[in-house]
Ligand binder design. Structure first.
Ligand code: ADP
Length: 571
């Protein structure tokens, strides 16, 4: 028996009971009356059945409405609950139950504050109290606990109404806004970061140096305004591009510079400082000094490199100019110092020469002057006596002394001129035979009695040389040979392949071996010539003349056996 049948039976029982209570006169019916009554009853029954049908339909509609309401209430997309003034849950939909993670049967008549911390429940009560006073629950947030699974941020709002009994109730909507809040926090953080980034970018843009951030593939992550201005590109043309391939130059003047190989790029960026040229949009190359910092995340992985670049093009140019200027200056100072020290040296030499001249002149020149003086007195005397032979001897002595005098003066004058750099080479072609003839005349006065100069020659007789210098050199060597020997002197000249060789050999006192190395030093005189006149200047002058002519001199000598001096000169 179903529920409807049960209700029908109960109704029938109630109707029969009512009929039994009706007055008996009504039951005293004629057939006619009974028929009429019967008809009315049938009509009434039909009416009742129709009413029943309407009631069933109305009930059906009500059930449908109830189902819809339940569906609407329980499966609404937001949580919904009804609280009394103490915050006890009167009713709750399934969405709210699932938000709180509890079964509906367990939660009814429980306080909502059971699903939050003590502090949060105070917030709830305050808001509820306000709501019951004002008639509406203003939106507010609570941190609620989910039965089994952590917590969530809930947004509550609602209105206050009264139930059939007149008790006030608050209808509350409950929404999980955790994700919204998280998203808002993230958005705020993102905005903050963005602001920070913009701020930093502004600082970087106003910095007087280029800031460049490269990722691990050397792609430009960020470049500041200074860099953009310098390079002349648009930011979008640079950012994301491989730095070395697009903008770095290997050499000045290269129109399209090649990027250094990858390992070099790594090597460069690992250095705390390096200099490289950068190609600007207009083709200019600028020299930049880069200071680099490797960026590493908290796990120790590389994020890239931050480089601060300073345009040092002009500074470098100035440095080069300065360097060159300094070098030139140093060179000039060196040259001037050299010139000055040479001048000082020359000055010193001239001063030495002067003082030496005074010393030597007082000794060396005294002898010929005394000879000349005494000879002239004697000549006068012999002239009176008519002793012409003796007179001639004295005249020869005068001639010798004058010659000696002349040689000494010549040496000093030559040296003085050489020291001042006043002697220039003048080469001319001349005949060697004629040259020798003149030499012979020159030495005639100084030859010792019986002493000869035996001259031989091989080769061409025409030479191209500075005749004056050559005469001075040869005379000097010959006069030494004459002075330091008593025997004949051999002189051999030879011209071969543009080379002139003059060799002068004597069989005289020779030069001590241990003193030979000092022979060409000025004022040097060997120990074995102290008793003989001389200035010690001749050989040093010879050497200086040969230097000017690009010639050379050599000698061999043995004590007591003689010396051989050989000079060589090229045309
Ligand atoms: P001087 O002959 O006036 O002393 P020189 O410069 O001509 O000066 O010669 C330097 C020294 O070399 C001489 O003092 C002498 O000791 C030595 N000397 C030069 N030529 C000869 C030579 N032919 N024989 C021996 N000694 C010589």
């Amino acid at each position: 028996m179903d529920n409807k049948d049960l209700i029908k039976r109960k109704l029938r029982a109630k109707a029969e009971a009512r009929i039994k209570k009706m007055p008996i006169s009504d039951l005293d019916l004629t057939i006619e009356k009974a028929k009429i009554l019967m008809h009315e009853l049938e009509v009434h029954q039909v009416e009742l059945e129709m009413q029943n049908q309407e009631l069933r339909e109305a009930q059906h509609l009500l059930e449908e409405a109830r189902d819809q309401y339940t569906d609407l209430f329980d499966f609404a997309p937001i949580g919904y609950l009804i609280l009394d003034e103490k915050g006890v849950i009167e009713n709750i939909n399934l969405t709210a139950c699932s938000l709180l993670g509890v079964d509906r049967l367990q939660i009814r008549s429980k306080p909502l504050s059971a699903y939050m911390s003590g502090e949060q429940s105070r917030t709830l009560f305050l808001n509820l109290r306000n709501a019951f006073q004002k008639g509406s629950l203003e939106p507010f947030e609570l941190q609620m606990t989910r039965n089994s699974d952590g917590s969530f941020t809930a947004l509550l709002q609602g209105t206050v109404t009264k139930d059939q009994t007149g008790s006030a109730l608050c209808r509350v909507s409950l929404q999980d806004i955790t994700e919204i809040r998280k998203a808002e926090i993230l958005k705020r953080q993102h905005e903050n970061l963005q602001n920070e980034k913009e701020k930093i970018q502004q600082y970087l843009d106003h910095a007087p140096v280029i800031f460049l951030l490269l990722d691990n593939e050397y792609k430009v992550e960020m470049i500041n305004q200074k860099g953009i201005d310098l390079l002349g590109y648009d930011k979008k043309d640079i950012e994301g591009k491989k730095w070395f391939e697009h903008l770095i130059s290997k050499k000045t003047g290269t129109p399209k510079p090649e990027a250094p190989p990858a390992f070099k790029q790594q090597e460069l960026l690992a250095k705390p400082y390096f200099e490289s040229e950068v190609r600007c949009k207009n083709g200019d190359l600028r020299l930049i000094g880069w200071t680099n910092t490797s960026l590493i995340d908290k796990f120790g992985d590389s994020l890239g490199t931050l480089s601060a670049g300073e345009d040092i093009t002009e500074r470098k140019k100035l440095e080069i100019v300065k360097q060159k200027y300094t070098e030139d200056l140093e060179k000039t100072v060196k040259e001037r110092t050299k010139e000055l020290s040479e001048a000082l040296e020359a000055e010193k030499k001239i001063n030495d020469l002067k003082s030496n001249f005074i010393t030597i002149a007082s000794h060396e020149l005294r002898t010929p002057i005394t000879i000349i003086l005494s000879s002239t007195i004697l000549i006068e005397k012999y002239n009176k006596l008519g002793q012409y032979e003796k007179q001639q001897k004295l005249i020869d002595r005068i001639k010798f002394s004058v010659n000696h005098f002349k040689v000494i003066l010549d040496d000093f004058l030559s040296l003085n001129k050489l020291e001042r750099g006043a002697i220039r080479v003048h080469r001319k072609t001349f005949d060697l035979e004629e040259f020798n003839l003149q030499l012979r005349n020159d030495i005639e006065g100084i030859l010792k009695p019986g002493q000869r100069v035996i001259h031989t020659h091989t080769g061409n007789k025409k030479v191209v040389q500075d005749r004056k210098m050559l005469r001075h050199i040869t005379l000097n060597l010959l006069s030494n040979a004459i002075k330091y020997s008593d025997e004949d002197i051999e002189m051999h000249t030879m011209v071969k392949n543009g080379k002139l060789t003059i060799q002068i050999r004597d069989r005289g006192i020779g030069i001590p071996l241990e003193e030979q190395e000092y022979l060409f030093e000025r004022f040097f005189r060997a120990k074995n010539v102290e008793h003989l006149g001389g200035t010690g200047l001749g050989l040093s002058i010879v050497e200086r003349y040969l230097d000017l002519l690009g010639g050379s001199i050599e000698f061999t000598s043995a004590l007591g056996e003689g010396s051989t001096f050989t000079i060589e000169l090229f045309e």
